[in-house]
Design a protein. Structure first.
Length: 283
């Protein structure tokens, strides 16, 4: 192996897992290279982050996308996991104000050992990190389990291997899309950013419940239904009529009834159930 090849391999290793002095240098390059900054901002824009969204980024590097996410999710929460302690320190410094406010939480860790979150997130982002994951499909399944039904995931790749071309990027997009579909993500689409080589972003939606999400929502709904029943008097006349009449609140009793949205979206803390106030007539 030539000296040039050894240097390239060392540099590639630093970008994959930054550590030590070389890791600090790699982080500086990633933070200041114009194509990197443009790619990260573009990726965030594709996710259409809303002010109250909860967002998770895997492999956040020096924290460029984290800054964009926190700027948009001003009433939400941004989580980040990166396997490099050097990158965690750089990203925390770069996003110090949001970290101090509690809106951004950055941790050192691997995609194989994700942190436990108190509730599912609305969006997930990974930029140029999936190529380093062991068993990518399994990792995507685990990420999907942390994504709310109707939530979006975006996986970005800009191939950096020697000789990478537009064809290399297209092939990367095909591989990512196939992995997402195998992991149960649907409605996938591919977006391309004109860089050299092009950056590709594959987006998809978590349209189906995982077993854990279904069990959690069912137990939540059953508990809510039980608590509602304790508060509502038994109006026998309603059962005989067979339908609920919408009437004046002051004259009638109110019950909270859950019905499932066909598109899998959720409202508030009811999970997939959408809460409706149905005014039940007194029999």
């Amino acid at each position: 192996m030539s000296v040039k090849q050894r240097v390239f391999r060392w540099l590639a290793g630093q970008f994959g897992r930054p550590h030590g002095l070389g890791g600090h240098l790699a982080g500086w390059v990633m933070a200041h290279r114009s194509s990197n900054r443009r790619r990260n901002r573009w990726a965030v824009s594709l996710l259409d982050v809303q002010p109250t969204d909860r967002v998770l980024e895997i492999g956040f590097g020096p924290g460029i996308a984290i800054g964009e996410l926190s700027r948009l999710a001003i009433q939400g929460q941004v989580y980040g996991v990166d396997h490099s302690e050097v990158m965690v320190r750089q990203a925390r410094r770069r996003n110090a104000t949001a970290v101090r406010s509690g809106r951004v939480e950055l941790r050192a860790g691997s995609v194989e050992d994700l942190p436990t979150l108190d509730e599912p997130v609305d969006k997930i982002l990974a930029v140029n990190s999936m190529g380093f994951w062991p068993e990518p499909v399994e990792r995507l399944k685990e990420l999907r389990a942390r994504l709310r039904p109707g939530g979006w995931i975006a996986i970005v790749s800009q191939p950096r291997c020697p000789g990478a071309t537009e064809r290399t990027s297209r092939r990367a997009a095909q591989e990512i899309e196939a992995a997402l579909k195998e992991a149960g993500v649907s409605r996938t689409r591919v977006e391309t950013l004109a860089l050299d080589p092009p950056a590709v972003c594959v987006l998809g939606v978590n349209d189906e419940w995982t077993q854990d999400q279904a069990a959690g929502s069912l137990s939540h709904d059953l508990a809510l239904e039980a608590s509602i029943r304790l508060c509502i008097p038994d109006h026998r006349g309603v059962a005989q009529r067979g339908e609920a009449e919408r009437v004046d609140v002051e004259a009638q009793s109110v019950a909270l009834v859950l019905d499932r949205d066909a598109d899998g979206t959720h409202a508030g803390d009811v999970g997939l159930g959408r809460a409706h106030l149905v005014l039940l007539g007194v029999g």
